[in-house]
Design a protein around this ligand. Structure first.
Ligand SMILES: Nc1ncnc2c1ncn2[C@@H]1O[C@H](COP(=O)(O)OP(=O)(O)OP(=O)(O)O)[C@@H](O)[C@H]1O
Ligand SMILES: [Mg+2]
Length: 297
């Protein structure tokens, strides 16, 4: 655990258990009705970029997550932690409708982006996945040049009317991802020829290139060595100036280093949400405490 987070004294009263005032999913007659989230801590934030209310996912008959309520704040990083199989990836995939690609998955509840229901029939899922980008555990560059890896998205989304615009987007995205200096002389070479850490930053640059609001990262460093991990963590900290970031991680130090809020998942439920300082120094739920102290999971 990062030493700078250990000795922070948190006033528990600041993290009073909310009776979150949210509209119950599917209950259009009672917008704003109070529901008991059963989650300890502050699930809501001011001016959230995304909100999830009563979100459940079934794979066939099996319930993977149950009644998840949480807000995603702008310009900040929220970490999802919890034991394997507790539904972190499942919930993350709800946020840009990646579960649509899994035939057995059935999502219920309400998720909004800038106040609009992303599961509405009118939603353009391709646009949604540009606005809510995703970076996976294993870097997955397209089998194309470094340039084309970045240029592909802006081109199909019509973001670059001219070649000069496209060049500009490619350069800016690679700069924001901290990769430009390492690749500027080899833009025509395959993205798959980069090191693992460089490939992951290429994938982050690819997500940035289509001007997202939110970037979802599912264990983005678990395939990287400590040096490459440190670079990606630094990058995450810079990126939050412009984006909301949701990161799933099994690395407690990483959650403590990069995030401002943390949510603890357990057997498909969000047990506790709070500021990362509070979660790691003064967890309020026994299950959270057992997990972050290594007694469970
Ligand atoms: N495509 C799928 N089809 C059927 N069941 C699935 C599928 N994906 C996940 N599950 C099940 O849903 C539950 C939650 O899985 P999920 O992958 O979301 O957990 P996780 O918290 O991300 O775990 P990990 O930390 O190991 O990545 C598990 O019981 C898992 O077996
Ligand atoms: Mg997972």
């Amino acid at each position: 655990m990062a030493s700078d987070t250990r000795d922070v004294v948190v006033d528990a009263a600041k993290f009073a258990v909310p009776r979150a005032t949210v509209s119950a999913a599917g209950d259009q007659s009672a917008p704003g009705a109070a529901i008991d989230t059963q989650t300890i801590g502050q699930v809501t934030v001011q001016d959230p970029v995304m909100t999830a209310r009563q979100v459940s996912v079934h794979y066939g008959a099996k319930k993977a997550i149950a009644d998840v309520n949480i807000d995603i704040g702008r310009n900040s990083v929220i970490a999802f932690i919890g034991p394997s199989g507790c539904g972190k990836s499942t919930f993350l995939r709800c946020l840009n409708r990646m579960n649509d690609t899994i035939a057995a998955a059935r999502v219920s509840g309400t998720i909004t982006l800038d106040g609009k229901d992303i599961y509405d029939r009118s939603e353009d899922v391709v646009q949604l996945r540009a606005r809510v980008g995703m970076v996976f555990q294993h870097p997955n560059p397209f089998p194309k040049s470094i340039f084309e890896n970045i240029a592909y998205g802006p081109r199909i989304h019509g973001l670059a009317p001219t070649r000069a615009d496209l060049d500009e987007i490619v350069q800016t995205s690679l700069r924001k991802a901290g990769l430009w200096d390492e690749v500027k002389d080899r833009l025509d070479q395959p993205g798959t020829g980069l090191s693992g850490g460089q490939q992951q930053r290429l994938c982050i640059a690819r997500a940035i290139a289509v001007d997202p609001e939110v970037i979802l990262m599912d264990e983005p460093c678990s395939a990287l060595d400590p040096v490459a991990t440190a670079r990606v963590e630094d990058l995450i900290d810079e990126l939050r100036q412009n984006y909301a970031i949701v990161i799933v991680t099994h690395n407690m130090q990483q959650a403590a280093r990069v995030s401002q809020r943390t949510a603890y998942f357990h057997l498909g439920n969000v047990i506790e949400v709070g500021s990362t300082n509070q979660m790691f120094t003064n967890p309020r739920h026994k299950l959270t405490e057992d997990y972050i102290t290594g007694r469970f999971g």
